[in-house]
Design a protein around this ligand. Structure first.
Ligand code: FAD
Length: 394
């Protein structure tokens, strides 16, 4: 059978893209070398705009009801002061959630299947099939070859689809941090807590099963020093926040530490004849803003809309090129802010004064979290007139 669309990679980018295209009436094949449920190296914050997209897709309640608590507030603690408030609601979604990827990704694969997508788990794509003109027309793996009008790489940072088409990165910055996390029972808390400690960040994310994901980042320059004694370095970072260290001291660690220093920042060329990239495959960044899942949802929605219009009789390649332009315009400021934050340099005196002013106002704090969660414009927020408004109002 020939498909309209083949999607390679079935997690937070691939499954929603496949699901939306199947719902629009297209024949979609979704392949993943993994089987589900299964985990990936990732913590799990879904920002409110991500929950709003799940709501639009009819999946909000399933995700919200899958065992992770709603986060009532965000706290960004800078030591002398903390910005702490509920983030703003978006399109009927009120709270962020941290759903374990074992739960979230399986739910998204099931939603794709229920929408009519042909799902094959344990199917690794090894190469692309091209026609005489070089256009991508399908995929090959061990014992299978499938054809479609477009192949989408939703296959993550080390995308095989990107490698096969030679997609080049741009706006690229190498890894800036190293990341470590583990799960604990009995930490408590009513939302995401982010402690900015200069050359360490400590993050607590309440998640499924009454557990809290405890995350520590250090600058990439300190990666070797940190990993020379990983447990000691992790504990020392937590000890910098005595109240957190006390809570974790009373809690029970569940499982091992997870680690990665492979968190580069870039866009990749994401469209060409017969192919497109979505999610981490086309736009990867440091997890400092915890936005990869939410951004993958946004891009899945944009790409599915573009492909649907192309398949309906428009110009498919032009439609997909339009998706890439929209993605880049929307996310370039976020990529730049991500690199600034991931550099883990102390805030300038002006930024420190701004954060202290924001912290003093609950309404400003909520507005600020609108920027971090992606529902407010970064350039508009950091425009001189808006910064002057914030400082003057104080
Ligand atoms: C330490 C860390 C913490 C993070 N924390 C957060 C957070 O709190 N919130 C957030 O929003 N984001 C976070 N992120 C980012 C988030 O994990 C990613 O943005 C997200 O997983 C990207 O999803 P994806 O579907 O594009 O790719 P992936 O999740 O990488 O999925 C790709 C899929 O493609 C499949 N695949 C790959 N190659 C092939 C092949 N050849 N054939 C078939 N299948 C293939 C893989 O098996 C995999 O299932 C974090 C990342 C890291 C590293």
């Amino acid at each position: 059978m020939t498909f309209d669309v083949i999607v390679v990679g079935a997690r937070v980018a691939g499954s929603p893209t496949a699901m939306l295209l199947a719902r629009a009436g297209h024949r979609v094949l979704l392949l993943d070398k993994a089987t589900f449920p299964s985990d990936v190296i990732s913590t799990h914050l879904i920002h409110v705009p991500g929950m709003a997209l799940l709501r639009k897709w009819g999946l909000h309640d399933a995700v919200a009801g899958s065992g992770a608590p709603p986060h009532a507030r965000f706290t960004m603690d800078f030591g002398p002061f903390a910005i702490s408030a509920p983030p703003p609601a978006v399109d009927g979604a009120a709270h962020p959630y941290c759903v374990r990827r074992t739960v979230l990704d399986a739910l998204l694969v099931d939603a794709a299947r229920a929408s009519g997508v042909t799902v094959r788990e344990g199917a690794a794509v090894e190469s692309l099939v091209r026609d005489d003109t070089g256009r991508v027309v399908g995929v090959r793996g061990d014992g299978f070859e499938e054809h479609a009008r477009i192949v989408i790489g939703a296959d993550g940072l080390r995308s095989v689809v990107a490698a096969q088409v030679g997609a080049e990165p741009y706006h690229s910055t190498p890894s800036l941090t190293a990341c470590y996390y583990a799960y604990y029972e009995g930490v408590g808390g009513d939302g995401a807590e982010i402690y900015q400690l200069g050359d360490r960040a400590v993050v607590l994310f309440p998640t499924n099963d009454g557990q809290t994901c405890v995350f520590v980042a250090c600058p990439i320059a300190q990666f070797h020093e940190f990993r020379a004694d990983v447990e000691g370095s992790f504990g020392a970072a937590l000890a910098r926040v005595p109240a957190v260290a006390a809570r974790i001291g009373k809690a029970t660690r569940v499982g091992r530490l997870h680690a990665t220093a492979d968190v580069p920042n870039f866009f990749r060329q994401s469209a060409g004849p017969g192919w497109a990239l979505v999610g981490d495959a086309g736009y990867h960044k440091d997890p400092v803003m915890a936005a990869g899942i939410t951004d993958a949802f946004v891009c899945a929605d944009l790409l599915a809309t573009a492909i649907h219009s192309g398949l309906k009789g428009g110009d498919l390649d032009a439609a997909v090129a339009g998706y890439v332009a929209a993605r880049d315009e929307r996310f370039l400021p976020a990529l730049q802010l991500t690199c600034q934050l991931a550099a883990m340099e102390p805030p300038t005196p002006e930024m420190a004064a701004l954060f202290a002013t924001i912290a003093a106002s609950p309404a400003e704090s909520t507005r600020f979290f609108g920027v971090l969660q992606g529902s407010a414009s970064i350039p508009e927020y950091f425009a001189p007139e808006n910064l002057a408004r914030i400082m003057t109002a104080s």
